[in-house]
Design a protein around this ligand. Sequence first.
Ligand code: GH3
Ligand code: MG
Length: 464
Amino acid sequence: MLIIYWQVRPLLRRVILSEKQAQADRNKLAESESRVRAIVDNIADGILIIDEQGKIISCNPKIVQMFGYKEKELIGQSVKILMAPSYRQIHEDDMRHYKETGGSRLIGQGTIEIDGIRKNQEIFTAELAVAQFVHNNKKMYVSILRDISERKTIENALQESEQRFHSAFDDAAIGMALVSLDGYWLKTNQALTKITGYVEQELLTMNFQSITYSEDLDKDLMHIKQLLAGKSNTYQIEKRYLHKDGHLIWVLLSVSVVRDKDNNPLYFVAQIQDIDRQKKAEEQLTYQAFHDPLTGLANRAQLEASMSMAVANAKRHHQMMAVLFLDLDKFKEINDQHGHEAGDLLLKHIAKCLQTTLRSTDIIARLGGDEFVIILTEINSLEDIIAPVEKIIYLITIPNILKEAAVTITTSIGISLYPQDGETYQELTKKADQALYEAKNQGRNKYVFYNSKIVNSLKGIEHD
Ligand code: GH3
Ligand code: MG
């Protein structure tokens, strides 16, 4: 018995060992299977096993969740139940190809985008990858599906917003541009090419400095410096560009800086509005507010402002000034004899004559009618007053040809002095007007100082 035992012992041992081994292998397989099952059940992608005829053999919970069918509703069904009509055709073509050649065209393609259809008929975009394997000598397919409808919605929204930005940029009624940190145009729109006269290809080779009017460049650069230093987020200025054909054009420029997530500046976004017409109209209005429309000389408002400045300047430099009040003699008769138009021509001629005779530092204004006021600045002697006054009287007297008739006119002038006769516009013009009245009384075509005593004393100073 013992002998027999010793003889079969190695065999028994082998049997026991191999049974142990088989048990260990079974355990290992079960472990591995449960590991795979856990992965398949919990993976974020849907997994379908399909046979050669396209029938669903098995699916994981994610497929159930993705398509809204119960597992038992899917098993044994054609996979077409999960395909939107748009994709069914592709699938049928593939199946036909498979029958003819024995190979699926979908295999080895990586992932493709398909339209899936849920039980509630909602169509959604999914990513599909297909692999082939053999089970019990039968070819099978494993399809891995990922619902990307949310990603697609975001992608579409992004694309739409990008398109909206592009059309808002390209078709904007005002000029728009992206500008590099060193001032080069990176992208410009149609409206900007209209404002500047340059086409986009030309602008893209230039920087904004080269078309900025030199007088406006410093203020622009100062704002950019502040923007880059983070002292402000945007700035807005009125400035002038040099149009391609050479003329200046006023624009309202609004600039902001785009920064990366670390707050480093990337580029500028500029909005450029053509305000040339408003600006010119504004300039015209300002001009009209301060000038006499007939002669272009300063009007009363401008005279008042200029005289305040001249007084302040004379005070600072301890200088004298003379205020001359001119009124043409018997001007009404010119109008009566030659017509109002001829009278206008004469007024314009006199304005020109005054402008060419006096220094650029002197101020000449027409108060209306045949009245003019002149301020002679930087007076150092009586001669500095008398010489131009006598010259004016002489030049106005020279006959003029108006409408083919020789016209002669004279003028009377009243003179007040700063600081002796007053220090304000009101005082000085009032006293000059009083002196003018005196000149008219004394027979016209002459000048009279408001205060002859001062003139005498000035003469005395001169003689000393
Ligand atoms: P006097 O020597 O006293 O100054 O006599 P005058 O005729 O010049 O009288 P006054 O200065 O009082 O009148 C100025 C005249 O100027 C009155 C008006 O007929 C005329 N006048 C006023 N404005 C205009 C104008 O814009 N154009 C023309 N042509 N004449 C004007
Ligand atoms: Mg007059």
